[in-house]
Every structure is written in structure tokens, then in C-alpha cells.
Design a protein around this ligand. Structure first.
Ligand SMILES: Nc1ncnc2c1ncn2[C@@H]1O[C@H](COP(=O)(O)OP(=O)(O)OP(=O)(O)O)[C@@H](O)[C@H]1O
Ligand SMILES: [Mg+2]
Length: 375
């Protein structure tokens, strides 16, 4: 290809840069960079060395050498001498004759003799990610070549850093999804099954004394199980929390309280003072799930005989409290369950606040706020 900044050459550069930037895998970025570097300069050989942690080259991709040649050279360069100088100084090297460069080292046997040389660092952020090496251009590399290859190196570096960023985001999203799924299953399905199990246990105790009552309890348990199955099914298909199926917050909470408290002696009172359309659906979901866990904790652990569930709405936030008159507990103690941390994360995920006030012998109040401001 011609030297100088001809329109064809600039067009070629744009095309090459676009092809480098469009790669979705690291190997593709490196290969297209080195191939294009060779093409646009007319170098006989081109290579891209990836710099490892300790400054040496950990990967070396060549273009222009056939397999025979690569084999006869043996091990790829380690990145010392002139190749290393680019890494340590972060500066381009352009010379008409490698052999006369002061930092040049001797070639291994079987290495083709190389004349002119252009080496450019590839930066990813602050770090030198690798170097582009071009050798053996008839009549040597020009200043224009240097500018073009430096531009290409910048393109390659930003393609690598974009790829890394995307990777990180993807991984974070996966992890977040995983945690969310675990939380939803724990808070809704498992607590339901727990309640059904208890109800059946209570029913079994009535087998002699109250067979009619036992039948009722078993029927209620079957209904509850059917609902759990339906909720699980919805969840599997939509990956949405099961409570989404209930449009009315007050009804959803009343059902929840009824189902969860059935197997227990404690009296549960419910007070909801939010108009139905005030709480957006996604907030209502988190709110119901939080009530569910707080109430099931109060029922299962507090040993109190009275539990109050209150949900109120102001202009900017909904406030939920679940208060019991039970034994209290040490919230800093090592908890074996997931409930408390799930509630905290759930509330934080929608920008609300969460706190637990508990007094030994007096009981526990779980309080969570949920923002209502339109987003
Ligand atoms: N209202 C409460 N009264 C008394 N103790 C409580 C109360 N809430 C929580 N605890 C104590 O805190 C511990 C941790 O609660 P958490 O909800 O995190 O887990 P869990 O209920 O044991 O299990 P999971 O919620 O995973 O089914 C409970 O095991 C219990 O000892
Ligand atoms: Mg719990």
C-alpha cells in the first residue's frame, strides 16, 4: 500500500479501525489489529505481543510468517531488548535498521533477518497492554506509518477496555440475578411451604380429637400448596416475584397474614392505610415480600402472642412496621437464616430504609420505608 495520507489510505484506516472495534472477542481484536497493521503499512512481518504481569510477553501473534518459519524460530520472544523497551518507556520506536539500534539483541538461529522496524505500545487505560511490532517494509517505515499505527493501537486498546468493561458488567448482572432469584425463592416460596408444613403438623395432632377440623386444615393446606405451585410457575416463566399476580396491596397483605398466621396461636392485626393506586407495582412487591419475612419471623421466633402489621403511605414514602411482643433477640448474633439480610437488601434495592429494634423480653419492631416518588 502507498505511503503518505492518501484518501484511499485514510478510508482503509477507518475500515480497519471499525473492524477492530467491532470484534466481540479478545482474540478477534488482536488478530484483526495485527493483520490490519501489516496491510496498511506494507510491512513483511507484523506481530502483537501481549505484556504479562511482570513486563514480559505472555502471548505473541504473528502475521506474515508461515508455520515453517515460526517452528524454526522456536520459542516466541520474551519481550526483552528493543521489544521490552517499548513496554518500559511506553514510547514508539521507529528505525530503518534493527541491527544498529542500541537496544537490539541478537536473533535466535532460524529467525529471518529483519531490517526496518516500527514498534508501538497498546495502552488499556494507564497500562501497557501489549505492543504492535512491524518489520521489513521496503524503504523503511515513514512518519505517516507511525501515526497510522499509533491510531490503530489506540483503537485496539479501547476495544480491549470496552470488552473488559462489558465482561465485568455481564458478570455483575449474573451475580445480581442469582442473588435476586435466591432471595425471591426464599422469601416467598420457602416461607409458604414452611407455613403449610406447620399447618399439616397441627392437623395431624387432631386426627382423633377433631377429624372435621383436621379435614379443614388439610383442605386449606392443599389450597395453599396449589397457590404456591402457581406462584412458582409464574416465577419460572417470568422470573418475577410471585406477588405480582395480586393487583391490590390490601388484599395481598390480608391473604398473606391469613395464610401465614393460620398455624399459630398469636393474634395478628393488620392495618393498611394506603390507597390502592398510590404504591407502584414493583414497590408493592418488595413491600409484601418484606412483610412476609418479618411476619413469619415474628410468628416463628418471637413467642409473643400479639403481632401488629401496619402499612401506611405518606406523600413520598410507604412505611411498614411489624411489631411483636415476644422475647426479642440479638440482631448482631450469627443468624443461620437468610430472612433478615434478604429484607435489608430487598429494601435497599428500591432505595428504602430498613431497621430492626428489638428488646430482650419486650419484643421486636421491624420497620422499613419504601420511596413512592415517581421515577
Ligand atoms: N421477631 C423476632 N423475634 C425473635 N427472634 C427473631 C425475630 N426475628 C428474627 N429472630 C432471630 O433472628 C434469627 C435470624 O432471622 P432470619 O429471618 O435471618 O433467619 P430465620 O428466620 O432463622 O431463617 P429464614 O428466614 O431463612 O427462614 C432467627 O433465627 C431468630 O433467632
Ligand atoms: Mg426468617
Amino acid at each position: 500500500m502507498a505511503s503518505g495520507f492518501t484518501p484511499e489510505r485514510i478510508a482503509g484506516l477507518v475500515e480497519g479501525a471499525a473492524s477492530v472495534a467491532g470484534q466481540v472477542e479478545l482474540a478477534g481484536i488482536l488478530r484483526s489489529t495485527v493483520e490490519f497493521a501489516k496491510e496498511i503499512t506494507g510491512a513483511r512481518f507484523a506481530a502483537l505481543g501481549v505484556v504479562g504481569e511482570h513486563g514480559g510477553l505472555v502471548d505473541f501473534i504473528t502475521v506474515g510468517m508461515d508455520d515453517e518459519m515460526v517452528r524454526s524460530i522456536g520459542t516466541p520472544p520474551k519481550g526483552v531488548g528493543m521489544l521490552g523497551l517499548i513496554t518500559t518507556t511506553g514510547k514508539t520506536i521507529r528505525t530503518s535498521d534493527i541491527a544498529t539500534h542500541p537496544d537490539s539483541t541478537t536473533y535466535p538461529a532460524g529467525h529471518p533477518a529483519m531490517g526496518s522496524f516500527l514498534g508501538v505500545p497498546i495502552r488499556v487505560g494507564e497500562q501497557i497492554f501489549g505492543n504492535l511490532y512491524l518489520t521489513d517494509k521496503p524503504n523503511g517505515f515513514t512518519e505517516e506509518d507511525e501515526i497510522l499505527i499509533e491510531f490503530l493501537a489506540v483503537t485496539a486498546g479501547s476495544a480491549v477496555s470496552t470488552l473488559r468493561l462489558q465482561d465485568r458488567l455481564r458478570r455483575a448482572a449474573l451475580l445480581e440475578d442469582r442473588e435476586r432469584i435466591a432471595r425471591d425463592l426464599h422469601d416467598s416460596i420457602i416461607q409458604d411451604l414452611f407455613a403449610v408444613g406447620l399447618n399439616l403438623q397441627a392437623a395431624a395432632a387432631q386426627v382423633i380429637t377433631d377429624p372435621e377440623g383436621m379435614r379443614k386444615k388439610i383442605d386449606a393446606s392443599i389450597d395453599h400448596l396449589d397457590e404456591s405451585i402457581a406462584a412458582l410457575r409464574r416465577y419460572i416463566f417470568d422470573l418475577r416475584p410471585p406477588v405480582w399476580a395480586r393487583p391490590n396491596l390490601r388484599e395481598a397483605l390480608a391473604d398473606l397474614v391469613g395464610q401465614l398466621s393460620a398455624p399459630y396461636q398469636a393474634t395478628v392485626s393488620l392495618e393498611v392505610s394506603c390507597s390502592a393506586d398510590l404504591v407502584p407495582r414493583h414497590i408493592a412487591d418488595e413491600l409484601v415480600a418484606t412483610v412476609k419475612e418479618a411476619l413469619s419471623n415474628a410468628l416463628r421466633h418471637s413467642r409473643g402472642d400479639s403481632i401488629e402489621v401496619r402499612v401506611g403511605c405518606g406523600a413520598t414514602q410507604a412505611v411498614m412496621t411489624v411489631a411483636d411482643n415476644g422475647v426479642g433477640f440479638d440482631p448482631s448474633g450469627p443468624g443461620k437464616g437468610l430472612g433478615l439480610s434478604n429484607m435489608a437488601k430487598r429494601v435497599a434495592s428500591v432505595g428504602g430504609s430498613f431497621r430492626v429494634d428489638t428488646t430482650s423480653g419486650k419484643g421486636t419492631v421491624v420497620r422499613a420505608t419504601f420511596p413512592l416518588a415517581a421515577d
